[in-house]
Design a protein around this ligand. Structure first.
Ligand SMILES: Nc1ncnc2c1ncn2[C@@H]1O[C@H](COP(=O)(O)OP(=O)(O)O)[C@@H](O)[C@H]1O
Ligand SMILES: [Mg+2]
Length: 260
């Protein structure tokens, strides 16, 4: 489901976050924002970026196209910055990137940006579903581009996977961070978003997305689970969290009522 391109040129680092993503050029002449496998957060951040991003797209949210990017040892060999050279060295092989949206700007309520209630509600539902904490007013990860909102940076989502045994309770977990969601003030139709999500997300949606995850990113850090068993765990998490969505829908609705 994802294309694979070859990185041909390291253009410039994006210094905002800690993971040091970069704009790169690829052999299809496209520019992409590359998320490095060798960055501190490791392959699970790329897995979250891919899986949460594609779930967002399946829900109808705008997510820049995601592609696999092959990085070879030649790329960045002449980078003067040793931190970047090391990062590139650790990331030789398969990485993940988003289509670069030139001229996009970050959503900023303080500057008067507002959002459509339907979109805001779907976004709140989505971030609660995938437990994404990175959608706050200070760090919205929401790009305005051609008058539309684009959702980026899902590497911190699915936090249960950093502590795999927590998967036993994770589908039913509350998501208190929803309180700080940048779009919560506009999310007046979370119930309708819930119904919409249930028509759009099927078990097969999750299966197709999980199949696209490279085996090597399904780290066997918990004993000896195989990649297939890990995929099965994620699938169970998504189907059970979807079935129990009223838990986080009620929470988001309640928190919003206190806010507005
Ligand atoms: N697809 C994109 N198009 C344009 N700019 C982007 C894109 N993806 C990221 N950026 C810019 O790069 C910054 C860092 O990328 P992000 O994915 O948020 O990584 P992190 O926050 O982990 O460093 C973003 O805040 C945004 O300004
Ligand atoms: Mg970010």
């Amino acid at each position: 489901m994802l294309r694979t391109v070859q990185a041909t040129r390291y253009v410039t680092p994006l210094r905002e976050g800690g993971s040091l993503p970069a704009i790169i050029e690829a052999d299809d002449l496209g520019l992409y924002v590359l998320k490095f496998r060798g960055a501190g957060q490791g392959p699970l951040a790329l897995l979250a970026e891919l899986v949460a991003g594609e779930i967002g797209r399946a829900l109808g949210l705008r997510v820049p196209e995601l592609v696999f990017v092959e990085v070879d040892a030649v790329l960045g060999r002449n980078e003067p910055d040793s931190e970047i050279r090391d990062l590139l060295k650790r990331s030789v092989g398969l990485n993940l990137a988003l289509d670069y949206l030139p001229g996009s700007t970050m959503f900023d309520p303080a500057a008067g940006d507002t959002a459509d209630p339907e979109l805001a509600s779907l976004a709140v539902w989505f971030d609660a579903f995938v437990t994404n904490v990175d959608r706050t007013p200070r760090n919205p990860n929401l790009l305005k581009w051609h008058r539309e909102l684009y959702f980026i940076d899902h590497g911190a989502a699915l936090y249960f996977h950093h502590n795999w045994p927590s998967i036993e309770q994770a589908p039913w977990s509350l998501f208190p961070a929803i309180r700080s969601h940048v779009l919560l003030p506009w999310a007046s139709a979370i119930d309708a978003a819930d119904r919409e999500a249930h028509t759009r997300l099927k078990t097969s949606t999750f299966e197709t997305i999980l199949d696209a995850v490279p085996d090597a990113w399904l780290l066997p850090e918990t004993g000896d689970l195989t990649p297939a068993e890990k995929r099965g765990g994620y699938l169970r998490y998504f189907t059970e969290r979807l079935a129990a969505s009223s838990i986080f829908v009620e929470e988001a609705t309640r928190v919003r009522a206190e806010l507005v």
